[in-house]
Write a protein that binds this ligand. Structure first.
Ligand SMILES: Nc1ncnc2c1ncn2[C@@H]1O[C@H](COP(=O)(O)OP(=O)(O)O)[C@@H](O)[C@H]1O
Ligand SMILES: [Mg+2]
Length: 329
């Protein structure tokens, strides 16, 4: 386990979370440094949005609780922090672009009004006109009266997503968490949103946590990946290495389902089976029932995350030999 690092914006260590007493997360590890983009990927239902709630202080309002592990934000231990303590960080240290952000905008309020409210909530004395202009310009939207007076339904999907990012940036966060930021967008707009996020990261040293069920959609915009399965991180490491030599069979399976890795004319493979009910997992590796490499010992005990290369971890005893070789190299 890594020691607390002062320059990390976000550190999540072996976090387990239950909602209403029902276990959902079983061991999530994650870290984001200033200026770094980390992708959190895995199939729908594996606990990505629950992880997002955990690191943005939105667990308690759904009756969720961190019952083991640690969550540190900007060097401060926020494991089990109440809503009041989290409020000091929301917007300032960490800001969220929520999943389905199209429906997160208030349809009955103008863009200008929604920006003004966000800015005032953070700082009563802020120069709202100036700050609104600044955050719209940061996402390359023209801060005209026409835009400020318009309503969400009058904007395109791409523009609405830019407005959502502008709202998140309005309070100048150090870490931006974007839950499925490109899922509802077509390829060209998806690329422009990822370019925008990358630019914000490089220009302002913003840490980014990009969350997606589609590893192919966000990988190119990330430095590191954390792959989740059934409520836990099963693999993490530098993006190029994880893509080139996935160590966990689940990561390998996810990658083999990507259209760009398929053979022309052949149907894309899918991973047989589905993510189980996270509150009733088997004792051993949760992926074992779907895994082509599973051995009898996979079902025995929980598998810890093991080093499989520099900066790389995988929770698999039977990780491919090439990755094991890297460790001893
Ligand atoms: N508000 C909630 N209360 C209780 N359980 C929830 C809630 N939201 C999601 N879950 C459960 O948590 C698990 C993970 O869901 P989620 O984090 O949304 O997955 P993902 O974002 O990866 O698709 C699912 O089994 C889901 O049923
Ligand atoms: Mg989700």
């Amino acid at each position: 386990m890594t020691a607390p690092t002062a320059n990390r914006l976000l550190e999540v260590e072996q976090v387990a979370v239950a909602v209403g007493g029902k276990p959902i997360l079983h061991g999530v590890d994650l870290s984001v440094s200033p200026g770094q983009a980390v992708g959190l990927v895995g199939e729908t239902g594996c606990g990505k949005s629950m992880t997002v709630r955990t690191v943005t202080g939105l667990l308690t309002r759904i009756g969720g609780r961190v019952h083991s592990g640690a969550v540190r934000l900007g060097g401060e231990d926020l494991t089990g922090a109440n809503e009041r303590r989290w409020r000091d960080h929301q917007g300032r240290t960490v800001a969220l672009v929520p999943q389905a952000s199209m429906s997160s905008l208030d349809p009955l309020q103008s863009i200008g009004r929604q920006l003004a409210e966000t800015i005032r909530r953070a700082d009563r004395r802020a120069d709202v006109a100036r700050e609104s202009r600044r955050s719209l310009q940061a996402v390359h939207l023209d801060p005209s009266e026409t835009l400020l007076r318009s309503y969400p339904h009058e904007l395109s999907g791409g523009m609405r997503q830019r407005v959502m990012i502008a709202l998140a940036l309005a309070v100048k966060p150090r870490l931006l968490v974007a839950d499925e930021p490109t899922t509802a967008l077509d390829a060209a707009i998806r690329r422009s949103i990822l370019e925008l996020l990358t630019e914000l990261r490089l220009d302002h040293g913003l840490g980014l946590l990009l969350v997606s069920h589609d590893i192919g959609a966000i990988a190119a915009a990330t430095d590191a990946l954390a792959v989740m399965y059934a409520g836990r991180t099963v693999e993490s490491g530098p993006t190029d290495q994880v893509l080139a030599r996935p160590a966990h069979p689940y990561t390998a399976a996810l990658l083999s389902c990507l259209p760009e890795r398929g053979r022309p004319g052949e149907p894309l493979p899918v991973i047989p089976g589905s993510v189980q009910d996270l509150s009733r997992l088997p004792r051993g590796c949760p992926f074992a029932p779907r895994c082509v490499l599973a051995q009898p010992d996979c079902l025995d005990d929980a598998v810890p995350s093991l080093p499989v290369g520099p900066g790389r971890l995988a929770a698999c005893r039977h990780a491919p030999a090439q990755s094991q070789a890297e460790v001893s190299a």
